[in-house]
Structure formats: structure tokens, C-alpha cells
Design a protein around this ligand. Structure first.
Ligand SMILES: *Cc1c(COP(=O)(O)O)cnc(C)c1O
Length: 394
């Protein structure tokens, strides 16, 4: 069998406007004419007069007064992320989870119901579980037919939250149809867009109300910063700013914001390479006899309708779906580091199988033989050799 890798395997291209925003900054941002924004390592921003301070405080979501609210270095990267998503306003948070928390606390009230569609990032569901203490309920559906989502709505449903593709099994859904479902009924829709990044998925243009990012992943891109972001209309973001962000205090620090801005400069180049090498490695695995299935949304050679490209995070199932095989494979890899998270320059491997949770995984539609890879920038050839060797030992 010819297992040479097709390294020309590129599915989606990148909008030149997005490359400009990543490299040059967003129009209207502070210090956009500079190569990098200065790091405004300041907690306070005094005004010349008391009246001036009061004016600034009356719109703290727009004005840098105190860094728990707004800060110029943070604003510079927020404007870039908003522009990339084609949204009005972005707010950055100290982590992806802080952003999810900001969305839930900013939008929901006692008595509300949240519908989660697709496999959802685990801690987001754990947070939803805790919200039950405040009278906020939720359901999760794995049937991705929009008609199934419609049937699962309740009169109290206030928010539909989804991922495209979903966590671990990377199944894609019809984002525009879900957005329309919410819009028709006055229900907010929100999406965790961390996987595709704003370069390869622009959900606001499909009618979704709110986009969330774990910027710790591809946007930061170097496994050296924890950050999150929300993007939406000025009206929605103002609500989230005052109802959740300003009072929770989960801010992104100026230096971390500066690191995100530096990460953005190489995001288009990195995503092209993650896409090409991710596909090459996925195709190699799909042809391997010890691999039962590969979960990668670009494997069919065409993109699912709403995606503009694919990233380097995907999963595969071992033919022998037991913990010992999963452990042997992971420990047999040399180029893949064994770690949580993803989206950095280094390739990572992990499995949701912890040795004692096989039944729980099957209930969630996840095979116990599932292994997740984050394909970094080592080059597809080196990763393929590593996988080939490690699979021999399984
Ligand atoms: C990592 C991750 C998050 C949470 O981001 P943190 O910065 O770790 O808090 C949310 N969603 C997805 C899909 C993630 O992978």
C-alpha cells in the first residue's frame, strides 16, 4: 500500500482581509500604526478633570478607566478578534471558561433553560450543572438534525449553545439552521468557535448571536497563555459586560493580551499548516489496518457547508478499543507530547479513556478506543513515522 502523504492536501483558503487584520491590527484600534501595541501595564487611567472621569465612567465598556473593565492593550486584540469574526464588539476574558461563564451569567436568569447541541467541551457542561443551583436547567442532544433541536426546545429555552465540529467526535452540524431556529423564537444562539478559529468559521455571518473562543488554543497558538473571548452585537456585549464581566473580574491581563496579538500575526500561516498536516496525518491513519475510524471533518475531501477550512485537532479510534491498547499507543509516541489542551506548535496526544470510564464514554457516543491528536508544526512526515511505529506496538 502506498502510504505517501499528500502534503498539498489543503481544503480551505484564507480571506486576504483576515491576513491584513492579523498582521496590521484592526482599523480604529489604539496604536494601530505601530508594529506592536505598547503593553499598558497600568491598573488605572486618570483624567485631567473630575468631569472627564465621570464621563469616562458612564461608558466603562468603551473607555479605559480601570483595567478590570477596559485596557488599551486588551482593546487592541479585542478589535482584531471582532473584525475577524465580522462582529461589532469582542470582550476578552482571563480564560475560555471565564468567557463561557460570562456568557451564561450575562444572558441567563432563574427559570431559564439551555439547550446544548453536539458533543460539548466537558467543563462547559459542568458549569451548566452548577447553574442548576440557581434554577437554570439544561439538556444536551447529540442528534444533530435541526428538527431534533426544535423538538428539544422548551417554552423556557433562552439559549442554544453548540460546537461545530463537536468535541472529541468532531461531528459537524447545520449552523445556519440552528441560528434560524433560535432567531424565529427569540432564543439566543451561541457557538464555541475555538476549533476552526475565525479564519475557518464565521458563525455571526450565519446568524448566530454570540461566538466564544478559547484563545488559549490556536489564537494564542504557543501553549503559553490562557485566554478567552466573546464576540457579538454591541447590545448583547454591553449586557454581558455589565451583568457578568465587570463584576466577576475574570480579566485578560495586558501582557497576555499582547501575547494573543503576537499569536494572531502568525495565525493564518499556522492554520494553513495545521490544516494541511492534520489532513495528511488523518489520511494516513484512515488507511491503517489498526485504525477503526478517523473523526476529521475534512476527510471526505470536501468541507462541511459552514466551515471555511479545517484545523489540526481530530481523533481516531483504535481497532482494539481497550485501555491497555490506548495506553500502549500513547506511551509509544515520541513526537506527540502527552498533555491536555491543543492548538500550539507542538503535537499533542490524549484520550478520554481513563481506564475506568468505558461505559460512561459509550453512553456519550464516544468509543473507549478514541485517541485525540493535536497536529502541531513538526511536519506531517515526522508525525506519520511516529504514529506508524507506535501503532506497531499496539
Ligand atoms: C480549552 C477549551 C475551552 C476552555 O478554554 P480555557 O482557556 O482552557 O478555559 C473551551 N472550549 C473548548 C472547545 C476548549 O478546547
Amino acid at each position: 500500500m502506498d502510504r505517501r502523504i499528500d502534503t498539498s492536501a489543503e481544503l480551505g483558503g484564507i480571506d486576504p482581509d483576515d491576513i491584513r487584520i492579523c498582521l496590521d491590527g484592526a482599523e480604529g484600534a489604539p496604536h494601530v500604526e505601530d508594529v506592536t501595541p505598547p503593553i499598558a501595564q497600568a491598573a488605572i487611567f486618570p483624567r485631567r478633570t473630575f468631569r472627564g472621569l465621570l464621563d469616562a465612567l458612564s461608558a466603562e465598556h468603551r473607555n479605559a478607566v480601570y483595567t478590570r473593565g477596559q485596557n488599551p492593550t486588551v482593546e487592541a486584540v479585542e478589535r482584531q478578534i471582532a473584525a475577524l469574526e465580522r462582529g461589532e464588539v469582542c470582550k476578552c476574558f482571563g480564560s475560555g471558561m471565564a468567557a463561557i461563564h460570562g456568557a451564561f451569567f450575562g444572558l441567563l436568569e432563574a427559570g431559564d433553560h439551555v439547550l446544548f447541541v453536539n458533543q460539548i467541551y466537558g467543563p462547559a457542561l459542568q458549569l451548566a450543572q452548577h447553574l442548576e443551583r440557581f434554577g437554570i436547567t439544561h439538556d444536551v442532544i447529540l442528534d444533530l438534525d435541526p428538527a431534533a433541536a426544535e423538538r428539544a426546545l422548551r417554552p423556557s429555552t433562552r439559549l442554544i449553545w453548540f460546537e461545530n465540529p463537536g468535541t472529541m467526535t468532531f461531528r459537524t452540524l447545520d449552523v445556519a439552521a440552528l441560528a434560524a431556529l433560535g432567531r424565529d423564537r427569540g432564543i439566543w444562539t451561541a457557538i464555541d468557535n475555538s476549533w476552526a478559529t475565525p479564519l475557518f468559521h464565521k458563525p455571526l455571518t450565519l446568524g448566530v448571536d454570540l461566538v466564544m473562543h478559547a484563545a488559549s488554543k490556536y489564537i494564542g497558538g504557543h501553549s503559553d497563555v490562557i485566554a478567552g473571548a466573546l464576540v457579538g452585537s454591541a447590545e448583547l456585549m454591553e449586557r454581558i459586560f455589565y451583568h457578568a464581566f465587570l463584576l466577576a473580574g475574570g480579566i485578560l491581563h495586558p501582557f497576555d493580551a499582547w501575547l494573543l496579538g503576537r499569536g494572531l500575526k502568525t495565525l493564518p500561516t499556522r492554520m494553513r499548516q495545521h490544516q494541511a498536516d492534520g489532513l495528511a496525518v488523518a489520511r494516513f491513519l484512515a488507511s491503517h489496518p489498526k485504525v477503526a475510524r478517523v473523526h476529521h471533518p475534512g476527510l471526505g475531501g470536501t468541507l462541511p457547508p459552514d466551515l471555511l477550512g479545517t484545523s489540526g485537532l481530530f481523533a481516531f479510534e483504535l481497532e482494539s478499543a481497550d485501555f491497555a491498547s490506548v495506553e500502549r499507543l500513547i506511551d509509544g509516541l515520541e513526537r506527540f507530547r502527552i498533555a491536555v489542551s491543543w492548538g500550539g506548535t507542538e503535537s499533542l496526544v490524549i484520550s478520554p479513556n481513563r481506564g475506568d470510564n468505558g461505559d460512561a464514554l459509550r453512553q456519550q457516543g464516544i468509543s473507549p478506543g478514541l485517541v485525540r491528536l493535536s497536529v502541531g508544526l513538526e511536519g506531517a512526515e515526522a508525525l506519520r513515522w511516529d504514529l506508524e511505529r507506535a501503532l506497531e506496538g499496539v
